[in-house]
Design a protein. Structure first.
Length: 164
């Protein structure tokens, strides 16, 4: 069995999803979001992201983690905040000793839906199907994080089959 932490980092909402794979079967262990107080300063919010992810990692002891690569934004301030949130997430993973894989958004969507430009609701639908969950009720950010975890597990399987 391998347990993977998927992440969709953001300065306002960081989505996470823990997925286990046993003999090719996926199972959902936990999905949720970390929502630091928006009125607090950025250092506090980054600390909350780090602390929240550290707690998730301690609860489930994943062996690996995966993040979506940064989407290049036209707004420099937003891109900087996203990069900082990503840094807090990466720090939580690496301090816990997890390997970190990064995937382009189009690769994640293609891995889950079959096309790289799939809308978020289609990705969320397929994530629920793949995990055997009906009426999941999780936030969009958690669904995105689960998609990254599933993409990573698919990539691991392909690498193993290819002898990489």
């Amino acid at each position: 069995m391998v347990v993977v932490l998927g992440l969709d980092p953001g300065s306002r909402i960081t989505g996470y999803g823990i997925v286990a794979e046993t003999s090719g079967r996926l199972s959902l262990l936990e999905a949720g979001t970390i929502r630091p107080p928006a009125k607090r300063d950025m250092p506090f919010r980054l600390g909350e992201i780090y602390k929240g992810l550290s707690e998730v990692i301690a609860r489930h002891s994943p062996q690996e983690s995966a993040l979506e690569n940064v989407f290049v934004s036209k707004n420099m301030q937003s891109a900087l905040k996203l990069g900082q949130a990503r840094g807090a997430a990466l720090a939580a993973c690496t301090v816990a000793g997890l390997s970190v894989a990064e995937y382009e958004p189009t690769k994640v969507k293609k891995s889950i839906v079959g096309v790289g430009n799939a809308p978020k609701d289609q990705v969320a639908f397929m994530v629920a199907r793949l995990l055997g969950v009906t009426n999941p009720g999780w936030a969009e950010d958690a669904s995105d994080a689960l998609a990254v975890a599933i993409c990573h597990l698919n990539q691991r399987r392909m690498n193993r089959l290819a002898g990489l």
